[in-house]
Design a protein around this ligand. Structure first.
Ligand code: ADP
Ligand code: ZN
Length: 638
């Protein structure tokens, strides 16, 4: 929405309201008059003349009254009386009554005057009035609702209502209630950050000896590792308010909003110091200025400049500490990382097995977990899981437990939850016999290679039950947290991934292979390429030919890419192709040599839909040497 339209919208609302109220008044009075003219024969307002109650009694006594219509619960009446002076013409006269007294009723009865009591007119009139109000009221409420709802949508049309007020949109928690004990598995980060708690709690200790308290700390790590939780824990331990805001919220559609938001945030923080400001996803605002392709950078740069100005503007000992989180410190503007800004970096990595165990302990505290369930086993089964993944895992398992009406979370719930988190929702088993057979051969191909290669992780299970995108799955149980992977292991992984396609190829022939191996082949290409360009595992030698960022940071990485000459990139392609070709040939050979075992395993898999690693080994043992007949080193000499 452009600013002009925004101010029009701002004016429009009061105008509409005033119009509606005016219209309401008009319609209300006109409807009153129309009602009274319609009812002129019966309504008390329409009476031609008036007379007193005493005169009315006299009229009754003298026999002039012919009929009486009583209104308003007996407060007034329209009397029809004959006028002897005007040839006994019937006159209508209005009378104010003291109420519908029993005396009056008996008097009218004894005189034989016809009378009628009409119900209160007040009620229908007010209903009519309300009815008139309902439509405009709905309109106004609707407008208010729209304005509010869109206010809560960042960047939504509600900006119109908000513009000019620069209402800050950040969250403030007076007390986070999170303590260091609630954050597990990131011991080093916790140690580094304990000092920050002291900065907030006892700044004198540092200022008295002339030390300047740092202003900003950058938490670096992948999503879900507990960066927000750590920041909250610092505020909780220090007992100070927690202001938080996400970097992506800074960057708004309207120029100037981000910067004014930063100003507001710091203003509020200063009013509440000592306190902690947490900026999530700081890379959304803090990217290198001048970099990037396309529009929208002015706004970001203004916001970033404002942030830098604010950080420079307050003294180190003002009691405000800013903690920012990012996964990509490499793209941050170097100005942000200068002394006096985010000059401290604390890395928060995905937890190792011990870390996962302690996170599981924290999150299982408030859950009913079966006594036989070993948290150590779960920690072992979940390499690569972050704190958020583990929290999610226990929650999924708890939901499954409730769904199965069990007392406490057991191993099968944990297993199912792990599978679900890694591979997605379970689908319906296939019914089409031919596809099922093909998928069974494909999966057994993976499993066979995984079991027979010395350097491959062992097979945990093979299943034909679809999950997520996959029609069937082979699960491997990785060795605990491998930090280093050897060349032989990488090649074994490539061969394992090619096992599915090789089995299709051997069994059904080259013409029958399917698209099912698409994902495997992508993986193979990426692994082989990395061996060449990043790990120096090819003939090209130990030269790094690509930096390790997965996504291209447009505007910077593009330039470094072009450092590689055409002839080198051709050689890279050649080496990648060589690795994949050799691996495929070796895989094809192993599959062909074990055709009998494969047929037997496929029958078993189709019958049982899922077979475990142990069942697989038992069958394989009948046909070939287990464990680990093939050594990758012997296949690849160089
Ligand atoms: P990040 O900010 O790094 O993306 P969060 O702090 O938002 O991650 O983590 C999300 C949730 O995951 C937390 O609320 C918490 O329940 C859980 N969690 C993540 N890391 C940990 C941890 N180290 N210890 C305990 N719980 C964690
Ligand atoms: Zn596959």
């Amino acid at each position: 929405m452009n600013p002009k339209f925004r101010s029009i919208a701002l004016w429009l609302i009061p105008c509409v309201i005033i119009l509606l109220i005016g219209w309401q008044i008009l319609t209300a009075s006109s409807s009153n008059t129309s009602q009274s003219s319609k009812a002129s024969l019966t309504s008390p307002n329409a009476a031609v003349s008036r007379m007193s109650y005493g005169r009315f009694i006299d009229y009754i006594d003298s026999g002039r009254v012919t009929s009486v219509d009583i209104f308003s619960g007996g407060r007034n009446a329209i009397v029809e009386a004959v006028d002897p002076d005007l040839d006994n013409r019937i006159q209508k006269i209005r009378v104010d009554l003291p109420g519908l007294t029993p005396e009056l009723v008996t008097k009218l009865k004894t005189e034989g005057i016809s009378f009628d009591v009409h119900p209160e007119r007040q009620t229908p009139q007010s209903i009519g009035f309300l009815g008139n109000l309902i439509f405009p009221a709905f309109l106004i409420l609707g407008l208010v609702f729209l304005a509010r709802r869109s206010n809560s949508m960042p960047g939504g049309p509600g900006q119109a209502m908000q513009f000019g007020k620069t209402k800050a949109r950040f969250a403030m928690e007076a007390e986070t209630g999170v303590m260091f004990d609630d954050v597990a598995g990131v011991e080093e980060a916790k140690q580094d950050l304990e000092e920050v708690v002291t900065f907030l709690k006892q700044p004198e200790r540092f200022t008295s000896v002339g030390a300047e308290i740092p202003k900003g700390v950058l938490l670096v790590g992948p999503p879900g590792t507990g960066k927000t939780l750590l920041a909250k824990a610092i505020a909780g331990e220090a007992g100070v308010p927690f202001f938080s805001l996400s970097g992506s919220e800074f960057v708004e559609m309207f120029v100037g909003v981000g910067a004014s938001r930063v100003r507001d945030l710091f203003k509020r923080a200063k009013e509440n110091s000592p306190c902690l400001i947490f900026i999530d996803e700081i890379d959304a605002v803090g990217r290198q200025r001048g970099a990037g392709i396309g529009g929208g950078n002015d706004e970001r740069e203004q916001t970033l400049n404002q942030l830098l100005t604010e950080m420079d503007g307050f003294e180190g000992n003002s009691g405000i500490i800013i903690i920012a989180a990012t996964n990509r410190p490499d793209v941050l503007d170097s100005a942000l990382l200068r002394p006096g800004r985010f000059d401290r970096q604390v890395s928060v990595d995905a937890p190792d097995i011990k870390g996962r165990l302690s996170i599981l302990k924290v999150h299982s505290k408030n859950k009913k977990v079966d006594k036989t369930l070993s948290l150590e086993n779960i920690a072992r089964r979940t390499p690569g899981f972050t704190g958020a993944d583990l929290a999610n895992l226990l929650n999924e398992a708890a939901i499954l437990t409730a769904r199965r009406r069990k007392e406490s979370i057991g191993l099968s719930e944990i297993d199912d939850a792990v599978d679900r988190i890694i591979a997605g929702m379970e689908g319906q088993p296939l019914t089409d016999g031919r596809s099922k057979k093909l998928i069974a051969y494909h999966e057994i191909g993976h499993a066979l290679i995984g079991s027979l290669l010395k350097d491959h992780d062992p097979v945990q299970k093979v299943t034909l039950i679809p999950r997520g995108q996959a029609k069937g799955l082979t699960w491997f149980s990785p060795d605990e947290d491998q930090m280093l992977v050897s060349r032989a292991q990488l090649k074994a992984r490539i061969m394992g991934a090619l096992g599915g396609r090789a089995a299709e190829d051997v069994v059904f022939g080259r013409g029958e292979v399917t698209t099912g191996a698409g994902g495997d082949i992508q993986q193979v290409a990426s692994m082989a390429r990395q061996m060449v360009t990043r790990f120096g595992m090819s003939r090209l030698g130990p030269i790094s030919l690509e930096n390790d960022s997965q996504e291209v940071f447009i505007g910077r990485d593009l330039m470094t890419r072009s450092d590689i000459s055409d002839s080198i990139s051709q050689q890279i392609d050649e080496q990648v192709r060589k690795i994949v070709k050799e691996c495929y040939e070796a895989t094809y050979k192993i599959v062909s040599e074990n055709r009998e075992a494969i047929d037997c395993l496929v029958d078993l898999l189709i019958e049982k839909e899922t077979i475990t690693g142990e069942e697989l080994i038992k069958v394989l043992e009948k046909y070939t040497d287990i464990p680990k007949k093939y050594r990758t080193e012997s296949i690849f000499s160089k």
